[in-house]
Design a protein around this ligand. Structure first.
Ligand SMILES: Nc1ncnc2c1ncn2[C@@H]1O[C@H](COP(=O)(O)OP(=O)(O)OP(=O)(O)O)[C@@H](O)[C@H]1O
Length: 621
């Protein structure tokens, strides 16, 4: 993943501008009103500040010195107050209502962008800690940064306007005095840039540690871990991750704090006194010693210098903040710009039916791992019912993942209807398969939504979902509940939610695969949690369903070889290679791995049968 997503830390001006404008464009596309309202709010802020510190004071002192009419003072004061009142009213509406409202809108839209991207990145990304780090960095900062970028940018623009105004006003009275403001501004900029780089690096270094804290939090709060935690001492082990994370965060505090404190000290102790005290000495000198400054101008100048140096300091801070925001946005841009190698939206040929599936000398290795499949070749024609069997880790599920284009083969090719799978649209290919994976998930939604798996439920789809539930054998359980098939699964959001057993969930997953009515049905260990009666019933029902549908290919992966017997062809995988193939009878005749596995299982079942007979006999006795 590290080489797949760009993680730019370049702080050159061009990159900063590009990153900020990139984010501003996103913000503008989501809520243009917020952009204009924030600009007006920032203007209201600076206007009130500059107006009352400089113009207001100067006008009043000038009116007193030059004996202007009382009514002109009243009009000026009342007019100023009216404008101030209106701007304050606008600011409180903006900050209390509009900003919060649009903030949510921004958060929502940006989160959706992130979710969408995260749900389309290559599945292989999940094998990289760097992926989680980058996603966390992008996700944790993007929302907050979006608002900050707009606020900082609007602040900077109005700040520049206000600074120009104040500097020009000052220069009209004393061009020399403006120089006072530059030293602290430049010094502040240099220190601010350094401080921000340190705090950015600090926050980035904290991400892996914070993820460990987050992981432990999840383990404690999520239901799926609750049983293991109560029945074992695993939490003592997991908790070490929390300790590691917390220690890492503390180490980073130690690593970065000394430099930050030093820079802060230089800024506060050395820079500010130079401006504020120095300026008053200069103005007092001109007014008392040189006597070339009126009271109104002296007061205005003294205020203006403080205001100007503050404005320029804020302006430099604004530049630094904008640069800092640019660094954070680089994470988001990098993440959103990531182009999956197997892109769902990549254009490709359409495919709606399957005449044949062929694996031609296919080899595959997960990135950074040894080869999992080696030179696998087989061809399946329409209507074939095949089983993949083999020991744990032989590569059975990996074959399915390649077929679904969750990964691409490292060598060789997979052909659908005689064409390389890569020529087809990924979405179209995935629609060809109804799959039950071993690690299927239940969502906190209604049972029928868990089966249909689409947002808009039509009556027809509901009917199909219910019929699939009947075939998989879960319907009776759900139909008897107060909300029937609309009952929510899990109790995370609904106290009346249903908690299904593992076997019941497996039946639900089978219904999910059936409802797709895809040309190929893939069942990866579909009966591992089912009792023998339920297993028998499901396979009977599946056989009935597919008996009449001669076109469909059924792919079964199972450790229960009794289930694999029904297949036309059984492929035996060992260490990533197909070592045997044929019908049950043919494979038994080969005297190879299949026969050994089958005989061992048959013995086990016979032993179980015998022991249960003994148990029955003991009970009867
Ligand atoms: N995402 C992954 N990254 C790296 N290695 C993986 C990944 N998934 C599986 N493997 C490895 O690939 C090998 C084959 O795994 P696969 O899941 O295909 O086996 P399987 O035959 O389906 O096993 P089982 O019967 O236990 O389900 C295993 O050694 C496994 O450790």
């Amino acid at each position: 993943m590290s080489n797949k997503t760009s993680k730019s830390k370049d702080s050159s001006l061009w990159v900063i501008i590009r990153n900020n404008t990139y984010m501003l464009r996103i913000i503008y596309s989501i809520t243009p009103g917020r952009v204009f309202a924030k600009l007006l709010d920032a203007f209201a802020d600076y206007f009130s500040w500059v107006f009352f510190s400089i113009i207001f004071v100067r006008f009043l002192l000038d009116a007193l010195e030059n004996h202007r009419s009382y009514s002109s003072v009243v009009v000026f004061v009342m007019g100023s107050m009216a404008v101030f009142g209106l701007l304050t009213l606008f600011s409180s509406w903006y900050n209390q209502r509009y900003a919060r409202f649009t903030e949510q809108k921004l958060y929502h839209a940006i989160s959706m962008k992130l979710f969408k991207k995260a749900s389309t990145v290559d599945v292989g990304c999940y094998e990289y800690p760097q992926f989680y780090d980058q996603y966390t960095r992008a996700a944790s900062e993007a929302n907050v940064r979006a608002v900050r970028i707009l606020d900082d940018m609007a602040g900077l623009i109005t700040n520049i306007g206000a600074a120009i105004f104040v500097m020009v006003t000052m220069a009209q009275i004393d061009p020399f005095v403006a120089l006072f403001t530059f030293f602290p501004v430049v010094a502040n900029f240099i220190i601010g840039t350094k401080t921000n780089k340190i705090s950015f690096q600090h926050s980035q270094d904290d991400v892996p540690h914070n993820r460990k804290l987050g992981y432990v939090n999840r383990v404690v709060f999520l239901q799926k871990y609750a049983k293991e935690i109560r029945l074992s001492r695993i939490f003592d082990v997991v908790k070490n991750l929390y300790d590691d994370g917390a220690a890492g965060i503390l180490a980073n505090v130690k690593k970065y704090m000394r430099r930050s404190i030093l820079l802060q000290f230089i800024k506060v102790v050395l820079i500010y006194p130079l401006v504020f005290e120095g300026v008053w000495l200069y103005v007092a000198w001109r007014a008392i010693i040189e006597r070339d400054l009126s009271i109104a101008d002296a007061a205005m100048l003294a205020n203006a210098i403080v205001v100007a140096s503050n404005l320029l300091t804020y302006m430099m801070d604004g530049f630094v903040k904008v640069a800092e925001n640019g660094l954070y946005i680089a994470n988001l841009r990098g993440f959103l710009a990531y182009k999956p190698q197997i892109a769902e939206d990549q254009p490709g040929r359409d495919i709606t039916s399957l005449d044949s599936i062929e694996f031609r000398h296919v080899s595959f290795a997960y990135e950074g791992s040894e080869p999992v499949l080696q030179n696998v070749s087989f061809t399946l024609q329409q209507g074939r019912k095949v089983a993949l069997v083999g020991h744990n880790g032989a590569g059975k599920t990996t074959i399915i993942k390649l077929l679904l284009r969750l990964y691409d083969a490292t060598e060789g090719e997979i052909l659908l209807n005689g064409r390389n799978i890569r020529e087809y649209s990924v979405q179209r290919v995935r629609r060809l398969f109804g799959v039950v994976f071993q690690d299927f998930q239940v969502f906190s939604l209604s049972a029928v939504e868990n089966v249909a798996m689409v947002e808009e439920m039509s009556d027809k789809l509901r009917e199909k979902s219910i019929s699939a539930m009947k075939t998989s054998g879960i319907y009776d359980k759900l139909a008897n509940l107060p909300h029937g098939t609309d009952s929510t699964l899990t109790r995370e959001f609904d106290s009346e939610g249903v908690v299904l057993s593992k076997g019941q969930v497996q039946k639900l997953a089978i219904a999910r695969a059936l409802v797709k009515d895809a040309p190929t049905l893939i069942l990866d260990e579909p009966s591992s949690a089912l009792d023998p009666v339920a297993e028998h019933e499901i396979f009977e029902a599946l056989a009935r369903t597919y008996e009449h549908d001669a076109n469909k290919i059924v792919f079964l992966i199972s450790h229960r070889l009794s289930a694999a017997i029904m297949a036309d062809t059984i492929y035996v995988l060992d260490n990533g290679s197909v070592v045997e193939r044929g019908s049950h009878e043919e494979l038994m005749g080969l005297n190879g791995l299949y026969r050994t596995m089958y005989t061992k299982q048959a013995e086990k079942y016979r032993d179980l049968d015998e022991s249960s007979t003994v148990a029955k006999w003991e009970v009867n006795a």
